[in-house]
Design a protein around this ligand. Structure first.
Ligand code: NAD
Length: 372
């Protein structure tokens, strides 16, 4: 582990009277006003240098507690670009065939798996067997059976498994959770989660059952599944679901286009959610209690998240989600910190159990019971 010097570099820039713009080009100004950090740093290798991997790498430049030190990719030209952009030594670069050798690399603490969903299971298990902590993008796997195997493998290898649930660290989301826990909404009665977008290119992996594990539900509906749980603050005990498909050529068998689903909670609260690849302008959460309400719109995008409660606008400042996530995850891995909402493998597994139940309910028309 080493310590970050970036803050000092930024401090020097500001002392020189240069404008306080982010070195990574991000508009996240909060990073500039932090105290110098000299504590332990999580040294991370990113596996999968695609669009989200790129976003995480950029954001990690402003992290104090996490540092990008390695890459795993099947594309040599990308490795070269990332090496020069992020100053990554050749000894920390791997491909999908040889990355098990990372076990002999003492300069990497964790691997962040940011590949298509259908690859997460095998890749995380290989990371665990190499003795490295695993951070895995959502959905953690394509079904609960795979998820359970990943949790077991990480436990057996004595490494941590975290899931890239960036909203669990988002300030407006956390304020709503604080208010709910303080009883400010009264008894929670209802949650609505609407998450979806219009998907483009029909040939992308997100529309390939093998690589995606499903369709919109795996990719974007999971935000409503997960959001229902952290907004209501309970685990669902039953699921009902209805699937509709307007374009069976684009959304082949096993690739869901649109699913509406309902979750029932032990208190009697219910959630009503929509997951789709066929509609825009859908990123809304609404929580209603007997004494108040909260709404977020957008609720899960990269931000700024906007929202209000019965008490007025939520004004918590925006920070780049992935920067905060990586700092918090470093704290969880290196210092056993406990987040307000868990981001561990068990948390990812609960969402997969619910998604399995949603697919079952949609396919059978039955109400499916759940015990999480
Ligand atoms: P992407 O297609 O942009 O990148 C995927 C990367 O995986 C590419 O670099 C690709 O080369 C690599 N790859 C390795 N093996 C592959 C294979 N067999 N087929 C296809 N690609 C392969 O996708 P993305 O948008 O970066 O998504 C990657 C993961 O990140 C997904 O699990 C997705 O759900 C997740 N994600 C999370 C968020 C979030 O906000 N947390 C946002 C976007 C994506």
């Amino acid at each position: 582990m080493d310590s970050r010097r970036d803050f000092l570099q930024k401090l020097t820039l500001s002392a020189m009277g240069l404008p306080l713009i982010s070195l990574s080009g991000s508009p996240d100004m909060a990073a500039f006003y932090r105290e110098p950090y000299e504590g332990p740093v999580l040294r991370v290798a990113i596996m999968g240098l695609g669009s989200y991997g790129t976003r995480v790498a950029e954001a990690m430049q402003d992290s104090q507690k996490a540092k990008l030190v390695g890459v795993i990719s099947g594309t040599p030209s990308k490795i070269k670009d990332w090496q020069s952009k992020y100053n990554i030594p050749a000894k920390n670069c791997y491909n999908y065939e040889n990355f098990d050798q990372i076990k002999d690399n003492p300069d990497i603490d964790a691997v962040y798996v940011i590949t298509p969903n259908g690859l997460h299971h095998d890749q995380v298990i290989r990371v665990a067997k190499a003795g490295k902590h695993a951070i895995c993008e959502k959905p953690m796997a394509v079904n609960a059976k795979e998820g359970q195997e990943m949790v077991d493998a990480c436990k057996k290898a004595n490494v941590k498994l975290l899931v890239g649930y960036r909203m669990h660290f988002e300030p407006k989301t956390l304020e709503i959770i604080r208010m709910r826990e303080a009883g400010e909404f009264g008894k929670i009665m209802f949650f609505q989660g609407l998450t979806g977008f219009k998907i483009g290119d029909p040939n992308q992996w997100r529309l390939n059952k093998e690589l995606a594990g499903g369709g919109a539900m795996m990719d974007i509906g999971i935000y409503s599944v997960n959001g229902a749980r952290y907004m209501v603050g309970e685990e669902p005990v039953w699921v009902t679901a209805q699937e509709t498909k307007t374009d069976p050529d684009k959304f082949k068998a096993g690739v869901d286009e649109t699913i509406q689903f309902q979750l029932g909670f032990p208190s009697g609260a219910v959630a009503s959610c929509l997951s789709t690849y066929s509609m825009g302008n859908l990123d809304r959460f609404f929580l209603n209690g007997q004494q108040g309400y909260a709404e977020l719109h957008p609720a899960t995008g990269y931000g700024p998240i906007k929202g209000r409660t019965h008490k007025g606008e939520l004004n918590q400042p925006h920070q780049t989600h992935q920067t905060v996530q990586m700092d918090e995850m470093a704290g969880i891995i290196l210092e056993s910190k406990k987040p307000v909402v868990p981001v561990d493998g068990e948390e990812g597994l609960k969402d997969l159990k619910i998604i399995d139940a949603i697919y079952l309910a949609a396919n059978t028309g039955e109400k499916v019971s759940l015990k999480l």
